[in-house]
Structure formats: C-alpha cells, structure tokens
Design a protein around this ligand. Structure first.
Ligand SMILES: [Zn+2]
Length: 269
C-alpha cells in the first residue's frame, strides 16, 4: 500500500514539474522575442571555384595610410554583403573547403581583421553582430593592452568572433632565426591558451612575411591554416599554410569592392 502512495506522489510531482515547465516557458518566449535563439537561415551550399578572403586592418579616419579604411566605407561594405546575399564564413569552413572540398554557403567571403586595433572592438564588432557575420581577428598577444584589451578580446570571442594568432610580436618573421620564428608562434599559442583558453589553429604571418621555416614552424605549433598578404582568391587544394588574401583600403570603393568579391581578375589598385 505504502508503495502505491509513494508512486502516486512521485507521479503528481512529475506532472506538476512538467506543467510548471510549459507554463513557465510559454510567456517568456512570447514576451521576450529578442531573447530567442537566432533562427537559422536556410542557406544553399555549393563548392565554389574560389573564395575571396578579405583583409582589413584599421578602420578609421587616418589619411596617408594604405591599410586604413574609413568607417563609412567599411559599414557600407558590410551592408553591401548583407543586401546582396553574401555569406561570411568561418575559418573552419574555409579550412574544410581548402583541404577537403567541402561545400560552403553560396556567395561566400571570409572577413579577416589584422593587428587587433581598438576599432576592431568599437566599430567592427558591432557591425558583425548587427549582420550576424562570421569573422576572424588576428591579434599579437605581445601588444594586447596597447590597442585592444584581453577583456574586449574575450567579449568578442564569447560573441562568436574567431580570435587567432598574428604571432606573439608583430615582427617580420622571415628576418628571424629559425628558433625565433618558432618562439614567436609558440609563445602566442601559449598566451591564447592562458588568457582565453583557446587551442588556436589559425595564423596570419605579420607583414605577410612567410618563408619555408616560418611555414614549418607554424605547422609544428599546430597551425592548420595560415594567411599571407599575397593577393588573390583561395581555392580548394591550395596550400592551407600560405593562403592569399584580398587587400581592402580606402581606394576600394563599393564598385571595386563588388569586383573583388565577384571576380578573381579584379583591378589592381
Ligand atoms: Zn599585421
């Protein structure tokens, strides 16, 4: 008899819990639509002939600097991508495409930001969030604190931005000894692990300077994909440790921007 009472009590308890859950959940979902997980957009995928990997540096008002892009131009480019159905993809997706020919969302682009400038947090990150774009930020752990802080980098990481290595120090690695090349990569790997708990596998050679020793050092430090500053699109079968990128600066107006992300034979500016 006692067993039946206990069983009934448990059953009633269970019913109350289930009812509580469903009653509790319904109004939350309706009253706070902004808290809902983003609806996964159904995007067609394909294996493209090539993928443009865009290279950004500082976003700001600096004149006389080739690598800087005005904020209004940058924001117009992000809006252009959204309005025209382009899909910024992750480093992981790029890696899978390059090494195994895996399909990616149609009209793919890759957004990369070098050097960890303060505006990567204040200008770029809000735009990425607004459009739900994937992007990779290459930081030099030895410089953190002068531009971005670890807190800002962590916030971007937690917000879905891929944080990757640009070497511990921003040095021309082709001018270093083999040992120093290795150190510059390994120290950065360690810092990303210590500060952000990242097992990093993505690299960007500072100043785009790569040689066979730097490539080997990257590989031995666990890097799976690394980018240079050599111009051009990325293709399936390319060496994943010396990928090309497309320069974006003030000379790249919207017309040239469209050209750079739609044809490999884009105008040299
Ligand atoms: Zn750099």
């Amino acid at each position: 008899m006692k067993k039946i009472y206990i069983f009934c009590a448990l059953l009633i308890g269970l019913v109350v819990i289930i009812a509580g859950c469903s009653f509790g959940a319904a109004p939350t979902t309706e009253s706070k639509p902004e808290a809902k997980a983003p609806v996964q957009e159904k995007v067609a995928t394909a294996v493209p002939k090539g993928i443009p990997v865009l290279m950004y540096h500082k976003i700001g008002p600096d004149k006389d600097n080739d690598a800087v892009l005005r904020e209004d131009l940058f924001l117009a480019q992000m809006k252009f991508l959204k309005d025209n159905g382009f899909h910024p993809i992750t480093m992981e997706q790029l890696y899978d495409y390059v090494t195994s020919g895996k399909a990616v969302p149609v009209k793919p682009v890759v957004l990369t930001f070098d050097d960890g400038y303060a505006d990567t947090y204040s200008v770029v990150y809000p735009a990425l969030k607004k459009y739900g774009f994937a992007a990779t930020v290459y930081v030099n752990p030895g410089d953190v604190g002068q531009r971005l802080t670890w807190e800002q980098i962590k916030e971007m990481k937690d917000g879905g931005v891929t944080i990757a290595s640009h070497g511990y120090d921003h040095v021309r690695m082709n001018e270093l000894s083999a040992e120093a090349k290795k150190d510059n990569i390994v120290k950065a790997q360690q810092a990303l692990k210590d500060k952000l708990d990242i097992d990093n596998v993505w690299f960007c050679y500072p100043y785009g300077r790569v040689d066979a020793q730097a490539e080997t050092a990257a590989k031995e430090a666990g890097i799976r994909l690394a980018v240079t500053m050599n111009p051009g699109w990325v293709h399936q079968g390319d060496n994943p440790l010396t990928l090309h990128r497309i320069w974006i600066g003030n000379a790249v107006d919207l017309e040239h921007f469209e050209e750079r992300i739609t044809t490999e034979q884009y105008t040299d500016l």
